[in-house]
Design a protein around this ligand. Structure first.
Ligand code: AQP
Length: 343
């Protein structure tokens, strides 16, 4: 554990790989907005360097997705004056610190990462080196700000543990108390939103079935149709959360409802227990449309003025570099890298 007390600072990011979905919104983005209103500096990132690790991204599509993600951040309630909004590639210290962390992290640590195993699949020899090193870049994203808190969905827990291991090893190897031991913040009813077609699979951008997820850009009819067709079971809803234990699809829909309502699952079940899905699904669809439609229409309005989005990202990266450049310089000093002098 770190002895130093670090100023509370929140960092998190989302990959601009298209199809920002309800899982990203409830597991991450909505909680970014909650943190913005607390007494902490907040930095949120479109992690475009991460976006190219798993598969080839068409350059025009990557640019569009990055701007659309930024529009999604703002439409969901992030204020670019209050929070620092950046795209990762404009703040070079992320990649520079990642190199240092590539030399701190051990191969064995990386090989244990379940995301690496899932995304590389059976053909690991053909996966990119960047995909393997992804968690070291993620650690750098966080620690280059000395971030203390990272709101994420449950799937990122293991990467956050690795971030703590990297900080601990760096501090130990160099005999310093320089990097904070960051706290993952995995909270709320929807830390793992599941596919609408299969309650054992995470809702994901890369699922081949569009019906498996609600995209933030879906219109009201599409959202309602996807919820109507969501896989369920024939039982009525229980009145207590214990009754959802063996019912992954039912649990998923109740969790989504609770997260959209900002209520606990127990409170929701106290209200809807005994209802059939034929009654509950329209309630959920109406709620989802009510919460998501304003975000979707604001996103498309913001996308009409992409130069404004580019200015927001540029201003964000200037503010970010005022934090990251001194931390990188201090890191280099600790390691023993000769600094530049005035000539
Ligand atoms: N289904 C989910 N439920 C809750 N939270 C989720 N997150 C992602 N999916 C869910 C959270 O969203 C943040 C950003 O995720 P990301 O885009 O960086 O990467 P990801 O986790 O790889 O997202 P996807 O949709 O699963 O993308 P693909 O299909 O490309 O792998 C993170 O905080 C994540 O926890």
């Amino acid at each position: 554990m770190s002895e130093t007390s670090f100023t509370p600072r929140v960092f998190s990011g989302i990959q601009p790989t298209g199809n920002l979905h309800l899982g990203n919104y409830l597991g991450a983005l909505k909680r970014f907005v909650d943190w913005q209103d607390k007494d902490a500096e907040t930095i949120y990132c479109m992690v475009d360097l991460h976006a190219i690790t798993a598969s080839f991204q068409e350059p025009q599509a990557l640019m569009r997705s990055t701007r659309e993600l930024c529009a999604g951040f703002i439409a969901a309630g992030l204020d670019p004056e209050q929070s620092i909004l950046i795209n990762q590639s404009q703040v070079p210290e992320h990649a520079q610190l990642a190199w240092i962390f590539n030399c701190v992290a051990r191969m064995g640590w990386m090989q244990r990462m379940t995301q690496w195993k899932d995304k590389a699949g059976k053909n690991q020899q053909n996966a990119s080196l960047g995909l393997f090193a992804y968690p070291a870049l993620m650690a750098a994203d966080i620690l280059v700000y000395h971030a203390t808190h990272v709101p994420v969905g449950e799937d990122q827990k293991q990467h956050l543990e690795l971030t703590r291991d990297i900080a601990t090893k760096f501090n130990h190897d160099y005999g310093v108390d320089f990097f904070p031991i960051t706290e993952p913040v995995i909270e709320g009813a929807a830390t793992r939103v599941m596919s609408l077609r299969d309650g054992s699979k995470k809702m994901s951008k890369s699922d081949a079935s569009d019906a498996s997820r609600i995209n933030m850009t879906d219109d009201a009819d599409t959202i309602a149709k996807k919820i109507r067709k969501a896989k369920t079971d024939p039982e009525a809803l229980p009145s207590e959360s214990k009754g959802l234990e063996e019912r992954p699809e039912a649990r998923n829909l109740v969790n989504i409802y609770a997260a959209l309502m900002d209520q606990s699952v127990d409170k929701v079940l106290a209200d809807v227990g005994g209802k059939q899905f034929s009654e509950f699904k329209p309630m959920l669809a109406e709620l989802a449309v009510e919460k998501l439609a304003p975000i979707s229409s604001e996103m498309s309005r913001l996308m009409d003025d992409q130069s404004e989005i580019d200015k927001i990202l540029t201003r964000g990266s200037e503010r970010a570099r005022a934090i990251t450049a001194p931390i990188l310089r201090q890191t280099y000093d600790i390691i023993g890298m000769v600094p530049p002098v005035e000539v």
